[in-house]
Design a protein around this ligand. Structure first.
Ligand code: PLP
Length: 273
């Protein structure tokens, strides 16, 4: 490309996640999202997932020693500006990622606490939620959807935005992590997103909220994966959560708005990264 297309050194962003060979979610979505937000994308694979826009057929998890090999191969050589963590799948995988984080100490860690896909298929082994919780204090930002937020808070699923914000506040205070509360799973026209940090953002605010009307496409596969990797990339560049949230939610809205143009699959199709 021309020099204009490469104005500054892109942030180096590593996704640690599962795959989606149909290109809508997981590692594949992460790499597209990182590139769209101007980052240099890298990927260490936790699990290989045979899936498409209809759901998951099977999951193959390589030995966890091989995941550690992948992670060390990257961090032994490359300075990592931000990490996005997606599907972990098992207690063993989660422990390896926790050990690697403690050794590599990347400056930004965005944890998408992936539990169940929109299709209803489990992406986290039953009983692995406690292992996932141990990564929260090691993370900069956690990005649960409403059902995942309820699990992290140890409560019933929030039925209102006020209720979701309170759960996010409790998770933030308990684990010392910034929480992205996402309104997309609420019913109604209004579905905001908000960053919540009970320790405060610069300026003393504990809440950074962005609102928008509901979009009506049924093609939303990979939305959560994409937003978390976009936020890791934007924050590595901006060091400003309010700016990063505005930038990423605007980009995500555009990607959802143009999802139907893709004509990929006959199920819950991908967003248009
Ligand atoms: N596949 C992988 C590997 C994922 O990590 C996720 C979600 O995080 C999904 C599929 C599910 O995507 P969605 O629920 O948006 O369809």
């Amino acid at each position: 490309g021309t020099p204009n297309q490469h104005p500054a050194r892109p942030p180096r962003v590593l996704s640690i996640a599962g795959t989606d060979p149909s290109g809508g979610a997981g590692i594949q979505a992460d790499l597209k999202s990182i590139a769209a937000l101007g980052g240099y994308g890298m990927a260490a694979i936790t699990s290989l997932v045979a899936q498409n826009t209809h759901g998951i057929r099977s999951i193959h998890t390589p030995p966890v020693s091989f995941l550690r090999e992948q992670l060390d191969a990257v961090s032994d050589d490359i300075h990592i500006d931000a990490v996005k963590i997606g599907m972990l799948g098992t207690v063993e995988v989660t422990a390896v990622v926790g050990d690697w984080l403690a050794a590599a100490r990347p400056p930004i860690v965005v944890l998408d606490p992936v539990m169940v896909a929109t299709s209803g298929d489990r992406l986290l082994a039953p009983g692995a939620e406690d292992a996932l919780r141990t990564l929260l204090p090691e993370s900069t930002l956690v990005t649960p959807n409403l059902p995942e937020l309820a699990v992290l808070a140890g409560e019933e699923r929030a039925e209102s935005w006020a209720n979701a914000l309170n759960q996010a506040r409790r998770v933030s205070a308990h684990y010392g992590v910034t929480v992205l509360a996402k309104g997309g799973h609420l019913v109604g026209d209004h579905c905001p997103d908000a960053l919540v940090d009970e320790r405060g953002f610069p300026g003393g605010d504990t809440l950074i909220e962005v609102s928008g009307p509901r979009l009506t496409t049924r093609n939303t596969h990979g939305t959560g994966c994409s937003l978390s990797s976009a936020l890791a990339t934007a924050q590595a560049r901006n060091n400003d959560w309010a700016l990063s949230l505005r930038e990423c939610t605007a980009w995500l809205r555009d990607s959802i708005t143009h999802a139907d143009d893709l004509e990929v699959g006959s199920g819950n199709g991908p967003i248009n990264h």
